[in-house]
Design a protein around this ligand. Structure first.
Ligand SMILES: [Co+2]
Length: 421
């Protein structure tokens, strides 16, 4: 019923840009990839011979091009990592009542697992092609087009859940290049790749950090392990402040030496994880990453993004730099608009993003031009919220890891877990 059924690749304005991005990427590819390609050819021949005897499951190509729906013909997508609840909640594992509740939710679990499988396959590919010298815009467009393909993007029913965050160094979050940005990824950069996929608004919010210089390894390990500690601590009836305390303890047990100076890694005190609901990335509950937070409890059935940020700076962020990210206010009802341009832009936003976050590049690929004043009108009217980059002290470095978890009635499922992190 969505007319956005038109495959996104069919948007003409985008075609050239994508090809250019792909060409520039190809120029950067190493011989390592050639070796892989040859291996692929050899494997394919082998498969062809075998296939006479037994029908095999399709395998993903490199670069990835097969929608994950086709890779799992049964329609069942892989479960995430299962963790048992602790202490007072051990009984849930075997409760027949709780198991029945889960049976009813199976289709919903399966949808979000499909979004997670896309996330895993896309990040695996992006890690392979990432290298210093890449244009950030090319990186994002390649990532986004790969998501669109693997998730079988279709209007608001399946697609990208929010802009590709690729914040560098002291920028913690909410940075993606605007059109024309010439930023090039550097060997000494610390990049947070934070991207989201969704099926029917069920969002997988998952992020990792990339650094080429091994000097940053302890900084990355700090936030990776802090996030794992937060996931471990999470559970039904667990107080959010206890999750924050567990995260900070692990994070701040790390030190990192950068160019001869030693820093204790700090948890950024004004950044949080968050609960997630359909089409609502920040659904109301915040998961602190330092001690002293709220006593509010996590509840059965909730989705949470557990994310932590480790910094060598002040451990405090403020809004800075040019804005790229925007999102419709989830709670705002119909507001009549008189300015025709603002009205028309809002129609585009409603149709393509609804209450999912978007960026300027996403508007432009839909054919929007000269929309900045209209966008400002929507922000001033309180309909759209600008989400500017969040920055610590200039010259500092920040790492981030994030997973989406689901507090199922019988167990905790780390939906976005992969063999990478
Ligand atoms: Co998040």
């Amino acid at each position: 019923m969505e007319e956005a059924n038109v495959p996104v690749e069919a948007v003409p304005a985008e075609e050239n840009g994508v090809e250019e991005a792909t060409d520039r990427l190809a120029a950067l590819q190493t011989d390592a990839n050639d070796g892989k390609d040859n291996g692929e050819v050899a494997k394919k021949k082998k498969r062809k011979n075998k296939s006479k005897k037994k029908k095999e499951l399709p395998e993903q190509t490199n670069p990835p091009s097969i929608p994950v729906a086709e890779l799992f013909p049964s329609g069942e997508f892989p479960e995430g990592e299962i963790q048992q609840y602790k202490d007072d909640n051990l009984w849930r594992v075997t409760s027949e009542e709780k198991r029945e509740l889960e049976r009813l939710q199976k289709p919903m679990y399966n949808s979000v697992r499909r979004a997670a499988e896309v996330h895993r396959q896309v990040r695996k590919y992006i890690r392979e092609i990432l290298k210093p010298g890449m244009l950030m815009t090319d990186l994002c467009e390649t990532l986004e087009n790969t998501v669109r393909k693997l998730i079988s993007a279709n209007g608001l029913q399946a697609g990208i859940a929010f802009p590709t965050g690729c914040s560098l160094n002291w920028v913690a979050a909410h940075w993606t290049p605007n059109t024309g940005d010439k930023t090039v990824l550097q060997y000494d950069d610390v990049m947070k790749l934070d991207f989201g996929t969704h099926i029917d608004g069920l969002i997988v919010d998952c992020a990792f950090t990339v650094a080429f210089n091994p000097m940053f390894d302890p900084l990355l390990e700090a936030s990776r392990e802090a996030t794992n500690a937060g996931i471990k601590e999470s559970g039904i009836d667990v107080r959010l402040c206890d999750v924050g305390a567990a995260i900070q303890e692990v994070m701040e047990s790390y030190e990192v030496e950068i160019n001869g100076k030693t820093f204790q890694v700090k948890s950024i005190r004004n950044l949080n994880g968050h609960s997630i609901r359909p089409y609502q990335i920040h659904a109301g509950k915040s998961v602190p990453i330092v001690k002293g937070g709220e006593q509010t409890k996590m509840e059965e059935g909730e989705f949470f993004a557990i994310e932590t940020f480790g910094s060598t700076g002040k451990g405090y962020v403020r809004e800075d730099l040019e804005c790229s990210h925007y999102m419709k206010n989830f709670d705002v009802g119909h507001i009549p608009l008189r300015l025709p341009r603002a009205k028309q832009l809002l129609a585009t936003i409603n149709k393509n993003f609804s209450t999912l976050a978007f960026c300027r590049r996403y508007l432009e690929r839909l054919g929007e031009t000269k929309y900045l004043m209209a966008l400002k009108n929507l922000c001033d009217a309180g309909i759209v919220q600008p989400l500017p980059p969040l920055c610590d002290a200039r010259g500092s470095y920040i790492s981030q890891f994030e997973h989406t978890i689901l507090l199922r009635p019988t167990c905790k499922e780390v939906i976005s877990r992969g063999d990478d992190y």
